[in-house]
Design a protein around this ligand. Sequence first.
Ligand code: F6R
Length: 608
Amino acid sequence: MCGIVGYIGYEQAAPFLLGGLEKLEYRGYDSAGICLHDGQELVVKKAKGKLEELKKLTDNGACLQGTVGIGHTRWATHGEPSDVNAHPHLSDSCRFAVVHNGIIENYLQLKDYLMSKGVSFRSKTDTEVVAQLIEYYDEGDLVDTVIKVLAKLDGSYALGVISKDNPDEIIAVRKESPLIIGIGEHENYIASDVPAILAKTRKIYRLENNEIAILRRDSVQIINTDKEPVTKEIETVNWDIDAAEKGGYEHFMFKEIMEQPKAIHDTIAPRIKDGKIVLDEIHLTAEQIRSFRKINLLACGSAYHVGVVAKYVFEKLLRIPVEADLASEFRYRDPIVDEHTLTIVISQSGETADTKEAMKEAKRRGSHVISIVNVVGSAIACESDDVIYTWAGPEIAVATTKAYSTQLAVIYLIALHFGELLGTLAPEEYSRYVEELQTLPDKIGQILKNEEKVQYLASQLFNSRDVFFIGRNIDYALCLEGSLKLKEISYIHSEAYAAGELKHGTISLIENGTLVIALATHEPLIAKTISNMEEVRTRGANVLCLACEDHPEVEKVAQNTIYIPKACDMMLPSLAVVPLQLFAYYVASLKGCDIDKPRNLAKSVTVE
Ligand code: F6R
């Protein structure tokens, strides 16, 4: 959600800025812009739409000269997507330029105040107020002025600022929105995320809240808002550069689906030693774990769907009541949480605003927080009591696949580990489950080898107007993810329904040809799900069933079937999700959708 880049060095800045923005496209955006200091003044070029538009406008950057600049991809919040609302924003007399990720919550008051002082605004954005405030309070020293302005701002921000009067500095600052500083040879960079700078450097600083970075061509200085120096460790990013590239695949999403066996293996293998799960990351004694009376799972979107699967898994294995909560709801409902509640927060990006705030709410109420996060050093990872990283590698496609799968794998690790500690799992059961967990990468590999069947079904069904996903128990939890995957990338309306709930209203929507995707993997309830499939079939539905290979009886009701290998019930979602991801992918591809960057969506949702 909004991407920031910045360059200061001795080379032309525009190629880096455009290239860096391209690497941040995955975050979601609807306009883009860059601003360079051309030696005389600040020159801004902005364009609504894809980065291609900005590239055309700037002749791939060739028409903009300058060795210092900032760039931005904007995901509209305040003011529609348009050239004028795109960033960078200039101050009234064009002396300062600002890019911003986040939301300035009190911008209306600030704007009213500035307008009463005669400042005129060009855009409808909250960000412009920052540029105008900098000019309004400017007394010559940009750092002092930025610090003064920060004190006026409520909300979240990552900011990059350049000034006409000082072509030798970029000022960067963050609060709640991510920002990194890349350290190069005689050049330095700012970016919202690592892929933007990976081609240039692996040495970075991760700015913490309220830290201010002053970038010059040959130095980076970090201070706090009292202007005291902050000593920070340089972090070396060890990502394989290919991990952030498509590597011959047409889309990141497909590549990431294919990477799931490795991602799950990388996530579980270092945590299983001699048949035992070792989770050194969790700093809780067995006594503390025994004291928990409830587990709360907090997340958004697909990560929340992992939480719904986890509810079934934890309650079955641990016999502790579990609530899976949407982070955006949890934080405002005065939740019943105390030191006897364990909170597990799930987030790929580790920056999702609602999840982060829900986590803080749980902590304020005395709950111990374990986070499951993919992005190392992200806010949620840093602010939780314990963090278990998913080793999925960079996930670029907006729709999550491998992060979902690795989050699920971590849920199994935690459930089995706690089950053993609490004694709710018999030793032989524990060993059997640990072995099962280790077979998941191979089984997913088998499913991926047979992806043509899913591709064929997608070719038969991609014209569906409405799709219903039905299932019971843990299959229902997976329906939520299957349905989201399909609708978010193919724009086909779809709904996830608990199969038993269908006849309490939704069945009236079933008519001739309605596609119903029935998940019938949960062994104890297959017969019941088959009955529900019959109910929709008799009303004209076209039933596609996903079942384990040892249950061919589903074919008596379903027109089409996808089989997955057998596994223990609670781990079947790890297998069943794969054909659902592939189905969504192929349907979206046949419909010609922008698979990696679906409309209106952002990869990391850093606003409420
Ligand atoms: C859907 C998807 C989103 C994210 C959600 C949470 O494919 O990717 O629903 O799961 O925005 O994001 P994170 O996991 O970064 O907190």
